[in-house]
Design a protein around this ligand. Structure first.
Ligand code: NAI
Length: 725
């Protein structure tokens, strides 16, 4: 161990206040790496040795972020064999933070930037927390979103600071990231400061006023706020937590919430030191498991790769869009207009009539009113946003637009027509995008003169909430257009994945397999409620039959018929899926077309609310007593999506593993615990070989569509994984 602190600077003033400046010279953010562990030990020794000359301690950081937390590059490599080292390292940090906390001197966290996870845990070990109200600054314990728990004392201290219920619901189980003001309202920090000077002044003021500060939990007679499970009144409420947990995970295999609950409840019934050990054990169990690896890979590494432009052509100067024409003010156009205006882009929202365009703008008005009423924005900002949207029916109004996003009906002739109408009115080099969800981009591009500037920009509904945009490169799309489309997606703060042209691209094609598999099971005779349950427990955010109803049953039919025609025209044979017959019967025999038609796999009341699965399903499809293993039901859905994704890689539609993983989770609801559709294969029991063997088993039982594609078999034989590296 080093005898020098390399990542924590010691600055002592004449009044005896020591400022510990977190400043790791080896990286842009401070993390809990080996150097930090060593530095913390050195600093703690020194604080104890020089205690008599110290009046108080301020912990702050020289980086933009106060402290970033655990080093995920280290954490993702933890195995059951190295788990003990992780435990020991974690306990060493905890012991040193505890020594500082109980030194008998006031300790203040001057949180100058984001303090998430380990950063907030360091602040929790301080007696007083002041946060700089800087834009973008976030505070909280998001570990659960990476399949982990705060293992640096975060569970132990939030429970003692806020009480079990608030600690679990406000901080630990959802991983909510608060801005400094909301962190203050929720008790995560004690004060906020408007400027860096005020931050330090407030920290000093606390030291002056509290020369012998202690944590509440170290004071005599301390009790956990709100009581502990040992208290009968609290115990009466405890059963609500497992129910809450089930609600949060839908019964899907997310081990982190379960461990967090256990660490909080068990830790509340023992002394502080024992609680720290309990927390460390539950943390290490999660870190050594597969789910946290999947989630760290997807939500940290893959997301970073995708957003940082691993797929953006280099050498093209970044450009910002100033004024965009959105053609079609329906559901998608209205949402796209809002997202663009929110990012500061002027929007010309064009529809066939002024009335339709106004209605489209009305959507933004509703969202703005809601945001103002919830305190998420001010009236002035909302007004500014709305003033950027010009509704119109006049094609001349798109003059000056440097980008176009078309979102008219899904009809190629109409799409050609609207582009022809505006292509000479917009800027001569305007980027031309279509939001088609299925039509091949190469053919759509034939409707415009500048095919190199034409590209697919596939948004997801509801646009204001969905973070993903799928960029589709047509055969003649130029590198300039691809780079500009990428920049536009980042400009509106969404996550871009890039794919090559193909019918249904990546997302629309792959989600079709999930739905088909669910519908096919109903057709085989499985109890429909079990099918829904299987989807929920696999971790899908939407149950499969309810999703089918939302999309409407006629849509897949239309897409299927078009696809079949295209395949047959090209001389191929269409692989008929068993779901097709079920959908045909639902529509043709029973007239049930989905939610918008008032009846689908579910019944609906007049207001469009689901009232239950249609009893007719059992009458016409279910075979009483027919059962297939629950695991098969879940894996049929997961495998069908994963296997086709591999085919998309083979076909060159997908070119990056990170794009596949991120696109599947953020675009089409592939369960997050898997780390995405290809990481699911990597992390499957027995790795790729295990996945291949299981796919063959499913193929044997349920049909050739589960046969593993050649690329998968080849990689499995070579002992490889799906990775971009
Ligand atoms: P929609 O039916 O809600 O809206 C279409 C709008 O286009 C209507 O307001 C219509 O008046 C307008 N329009 C028709 N002809 C026009 C013209 N000549 N000039 C200007 N506007 C015209 O449809 P939605 O759902 O918004 O879909 C639009 C496009 O987005 C389609 O290509 C669809 O495939 C695609 N898409 C839809 C998604 C969804 O979840 N609904 C998801 C992703 C893409």
């Amino acid at each position: 161990m080093s005898t020098q602190s390399t990542t924590i600077r010691w600055e002592q003033d004449r009044t005896g206040v020591v400022t510990l400046v977190l400043d790791d010279p080896s990286q842009s953010a401070n993390t809990m790496n080996q150097a930090f562990r060593d530095s913390l030990a050195v600093i703690t020794d020194r604080l104890e040795a020089e205690k008599d000359s110290i009046r108080g301690i301020i912990v702050t950081s020289a980086k933009k972020t106060f402290f970033a937390g655990g080093d995920l590059r280290d954490l993702i490599r933890v195995t059951p064999e190295t788990a003990q080292d992780l435990f020991d390292g974690g306990m060493a940090i905890k012991r040193n933070l505890r020594r500082i906390e109980t030194l008998g001197k006031p300790v203040v966290a001057a949180i100058n930037g984001a303090a998430l996870g380990g950063g907030y845990e360091i602040a929790l070990a301080c007696h007083h927390r002041v946060a700089l109200d800087a834009p973008g600054s976030k505070i909280g314990c998001p570990e659960v979103t990476l399949g982990l728990l705060p293992g640096g004392g975060g569970v132990v201290r939030t429970v003692r600071l806020l009480g079990i219920a608030d600690a679990l619901l406000k901080v630990l189980l959802q991983g909510t990231q608060y801005n400094p003001r909301r962190a203050l309202q929720n008790g995560l920090v004690d004060d906020v400061a408007a400027t860096p000077d005020e931050l330090l002044a407030k920290a000093r003021a606390f030291i002056d006023a509290n020369p012998e500060s202690q944590q509440p939990w170290d004071k005599p007679g301390y009790r956990i706020p709100g009581g502990t499970p040992a208290n009968p009144r609290f115990a009466a409420n405890l059963p609500a937590f497992p129910a809450n947990l089930r609600k949060q995970t839908g019964g899907a295999p997310y081990p982190a919430p379960r461990n967090i609950l256990a660490a909080a409840v068990e830790g509340s019934q023992v002394d502080f030191e024992t609680a720290q050990v309990i927390e460390a054990r539950y943390f290490v169990e999660l870190a050594a498991g597969q789910t946290s690896k999947n989630m760290i890979q997807a939500f940290f590494f893959d997301l970073q790769a995708v957003n940082s432009g691993a797929n953006r052509p280099g050498g093209v100067e970044p450009r910002r869009v100033r004024r965009v024409a959105v053609l079609g003010a329906g559901m998608m156009g209205a949402g796209i207009a809002y997202s663009c205006a929110r990012a500061g882009i002027d929007v010309v929202l064009k529809d066939v009539t002024q009335e339709a365009a106004l209605k489209g703008k009305g959507y933004s008005e509703k969202l703005c009113a809601k945001a103002v009423s919830r305190g998420r924005t001010t009236q002035a900002k909302a007004d500014e946003l709305l003033a950027r949207i010009t509704p119109t029916a006049d094609p001349q109004d798109v003059a000056g637009c440097d980008a176009v996003i078309e979102a008219v009906f899904e009809n190629p002739e109409l799409k050609h027509k609207v582009f022809q109408e505006i292509q000479h009115i917009v800027e001569p080099d305007a980027l031309l995008c279509s939001n088609t969800s299925t039509l091949p981009i190469t053919a759509l591009a034939e409707g415009v003169e500048r095919q190199a500037d034409f590209i697919g920009l596939h948004f997801f509904s509801p646009v204001d909430k969905m973070p993903l945009v799928e960029i589709i490169k047509g055969e003649r799309t130029g590198e300039q257009a691809l780079a500009r489309a990428f920049d536009l997606v980042r400009q509106i703060k969404k996550t871009p994945i890039v794919v090559n042209d193909s019918r249904g691209f990546f997302t629309s094609r792959v989600i079709g397999h999930f739905i088909n598999e669910g519908v096919a099971m109903v057709g085989e005779g499985v109890e429909p409620a079990s099918v829904e349950q299987a989807a929920a427990q696999a971790g899908y955010p939407a149950k499969v039959l309810s999703l089918m109803d939302e999309l409407t049953l006629t849509l897949p039919r239309k897409i299927r018929n078009e696809s079949r025609r295209a395949v047959e025209e090209a001389g191929g044979t269409w692989p008929t899926h068993p779901a097709e017959a079920v959908i045909d019967r639902m529509v043709d025999e029973f007239g049930r077309t989905g939610r918008s038609g008032g009846a689908g796999f579910y019944d609906y009341d007049e207001s469009g609310k689901r009232t239950g699965l249609w009893p007719g399903l059992r009458e016409h499809f279910t075979k009483p007593g027919y059962e297939i293993p629950f695991r098969d039901m879940q894996e049929r859905m997961l495998f069908s999506e994963a296997l086709d994704t591999v085919k998309l890689l083979e076909e060159g539609v997908l070119t990056s593993v990170a794009d596949a993983n991120i696109g599947s989770i953020f675009g089409i609801g592939f369960p997050g615990w898997t780390g995405g559709v290809l990481q699911y294969i990597n992390g499957y029991e027995g790795g790729l070989a295990g996945f291949v063997a299981r796919a063959r088993e499913l193929a044997e039982r349920y049909g050739a569509r589960f046969e593993p594609p050649a690329l998968l078999v080849e990689k499995a034989e070579k002992g490889e994984r799906f990775t971009d590296a």
